[in-house]
Design a protein around this ligand. Structure first.
Ligand code: BG6
Length: 326
């Protein structure tokens, strides 16, 4: 059994032999679907999301770069639209690779490139397979208008890896310019839940946060698990490194666990009824009850990348029992 792919020049899909699947739009390199082996969707995507490249996708995993929200006081990024241009740019599909690991030990048995996957696949019917899709965006891909808003030479490589029980997304930002630039990055993941009233978010106990809903500039110290009972828009900066995974617990059972690599901040967002109603691309109206955004990023401050330097940040979202163990 092999991983199956399709690429129609606007979206790339991959399905593992065990049934897990992934769909990524080239527009924004937006992951719009991630299903487990039983075919259950793990991400929330609005029924009214635009998937035709006319608007950033409402749902899935939009990529925020090089600015989070808007930053009117930050000279370099002040002209950019909300959340920057990565989520509204057309990315290149750079290629795919598959690998196999023993189900029992989890050890990697073989890695094969896209051109030579058949022999490796035949070897291990019992082995778990995973697939990695790579996407790229650089200043050369941008239209003139966008490039004028943020005139730096850069390249982004975005890797999306589907394993049987997890999804890893990693972003590498490289400064190809001869001057430094400032940037923020965020993986704006819309997780699908069954009922927001039975959800709590763990792993943020004691973290300080800025609450964007009340506009407060001061930091608050969180305490205990986070429950979502109304509009929520918070930027958490957990203190410890390495900090605990962020857990999404539903009805007492672990639904997801988000582990972060070099992404120090966590945004928790739910628009709730009124804000959802104000968004033309948010449907159904009560969809906010079936989603919560848990967004791993580097957004509390800007990072400065010197010429030639690179920054890499990643998240792994694990489902099911692995989440319970975390
Ligand atoms: C979150 C922000 O990350 O994204 C919110 O914290 C924002 O303030 C939300 O409303 C959605 O943004 P957008 O541009 O996709 O509507």
């Amino acid at each position: 059994p092999q991983v199956t792919f399709s690429d129609d020049n606007s979206r790339v899909t991959a399905v593992l032999p065990t049934g897990e699947s992934l769909e990524v739009l080239l527009y924004g390199a937006t992951v719009i679907s991630w299903k487990d082996g039983a075919g259950d969707e793990k991400l929330w995507l609005s029924d009214a999301a635009k998937l035709d490249g006319t608007k950033a996708v409402r749902g899935g995993i939009p990529l925020v770069f090089p600015v989070f929200g808007t930053a009117p006081d930050h000279v370099q990024t002040s002209k950019l639209p909300q959340h920057g241009f990565a989520r509204t740019s057309r990315w290149e599909f750079l290629g795919k690779s598959t690998s196999e690991s023993e189900s029992a030990g989890g050890a990697k048995a073989a890695t094969s490139s896209s051109s030579s996957s058949s022999s490796a696949a035949a070897a291990a019917a019992a082995a778990d397979q995973s697939v990695k899709l790579d996407f790229g965006l650089s200043s050369a891909n941008l239209d003139d208008k966008t490039r004028a808003l943020w005139p730096f030479a850069f390249s982004l490589i975005y890797g999306v890896t589907l394993n049987r029980d997890s999804l890893t997304t990693s972003l590498v930002v490289t400064n190809d310019d001869d001057k430094p630039f400032d940037c923020q990055v965020l993986l704006h993941t819309y997780l699908r839940v069954k009922d927001i009233s039975s959800v709590s978010i763990t792993g943020l106990d004691g973290a300080s946060y800025v609450d964007k809903v009340d506009g407060a500039k001061t930091k608050t110290q969180s305490s205990g698990a986070v429950q979502i009972t109304g509009e929520t828009d918070r930027v958490y900066t957990p203190a410890a490194v390495p900090s605990a995974p962020v857990g999404v617990v539903e009805g007492g059972r672990a639904a997801f666990s988000v582990t972060r690599d070099s992404l120090g901040d966590v945004v928790v967002w739910n628009p709730w009824a009124d804000k959802a109603a104000a968004m033309a691309d948010f449907a159904p109206a009560d969809g906010f009850r079936r989603m919560v955004c848990v967004e791993a990023g580097s957004v509390a401050d800007f990072q400065t990348l010197e010429p030639g330097d690179a920054f890499e940040g990643a998240q792994t979202i694990a489902i099911g029992s692995r989440a319970a163990a975390a």
